[in-house]
Design a protein around this ligand. Structure first.
Ligand code: NAD
Length: 260
């Protein structure tokens, strides 16, 4: 489906981003991987994707909280991997704390990664997409782009910001063959979710088991985590020509969470 196209998936060394990179590669896209992690493990993932799917896969270790590193990555990808046709803004982090105690540096970092980085990748990728009259931007937002939960002020603020950014850029690119959408997952079982269980337990004075059943899955009427593969399939659909009429939208995949 995407043969000859190139996709940048930010934060694709783990979790949802890695799942999306795998799915796009399996459908023929060249992939620019990005994210942190163990160098050997990343290289193993990179070369496996390349050999399994016969596509070009390059890795960029840019720290997306640093604009200079984003700019360097964005200028290297067209030469090394291919002009970016598909941009998936997925890198993100969470921090759980009552706002009175919220560390200021954490707030700044979450806004930088979960919101500002997408402003930079979009402003740098859009000119080529407009020129080619084809482009797909998918922002991996969250149910927290639409509703809030306590103790996640930076995350919820950044994700609501992504909703606004998605809609604005969709309008700016609407006549140029470029669609811009956000996917709003509920709880997906990934390292990000696993890591926040102990902090949420502490903030709420609960056991970790209670956090899983009474906090996370309590709000998700299906009582099931969404899977990485489901988010990847949804993302990939938004990149097809069948989805060319879908833009500026917030797409929920949350087991019914925000229907309440
Ligand atoms: P994850 O922790 O498994 O992966 C995050 C990725 O971002 C990793 O590849 C990591 O290396 C990368 N990253 C972290 N800091 C970075 C930085 N400064 N620069 C570049 N890369 C960086 O997380 P995940 O659960 O797969 O989450 C991916 C996205 O999905 C996030 O935006 C998250 O907010 C969103 N999301 C996740 C869930 C969930 O339940 N897991 C639900 C809704 C939304």
């Amino acid at each position: 489906k995407f043969s000859g196209k190139t996709a940048l998936v930010t934060g694709s060394t783990s979790g949802i981003g890695l799942g999306i990179a795998k799915e796009l590669a399996s459908q023929g896209a060249n992939i620019a991987l990005n994210g942190f992690g163990d160098a050997e493990q990343i290289e193993a993932q990179r070369s496996a994707l390349e050999s399994e799917h016969g596509v070009t896969v390059k890795y960029y270790g840019a720290d997306l909280t640093d604009v200079a590193q984003i700019e360097a990555m964005m200028s290297s990808i067209p030469d090394e991997t291919g002009p970016i046709d598909i941009l998936v803004n997925n890198a993100g982090m969470q921090f759980v704390s009552p706002i009175e105690d919220f560390p200021v540096a954490r707030w700044d970092m979450i806004i930088a990664l979960n919101l500002t980085a997408s402003f930079h990748t979009i402003r740098l990728a859009l000119p080529a997409m407009k020129k080619n009259k084809w482009g797909r931007i998918v922002n991996i937002a969250s149910a927290h782009a639409l509703v809030a939960s306590p103790y996640k002020s930076a995350y919820v603020a950044a994700k609501h910001g992504i909703a606004g950014l998605t809609k604005t850029v969709a309008l700016e690119a609407a006549e140029e063959g470029v669609t811009v959408n956000a996917i709003c997952p509920g709880y997906v079982w990934t390292p990000l979710v696993e890591k926040q269980i102990p902090d949420t337990a502490k903030a709420r004075g609960m056991t970790e088991e209670q956090v899983i059943n009474d906090v996370m899955l309590a709000g998700q009427p299906t009582k099931q985590f969404v899977s990485i593969e489901q988010v990847a399939a949804f993302t990939t659909f938004l990149c097809t020509d069948d989805a060319s009429g879908v833009t500026g939208s917030m797409q929920s995949i949350d087991g019914g969470w925000i229907a309440r």
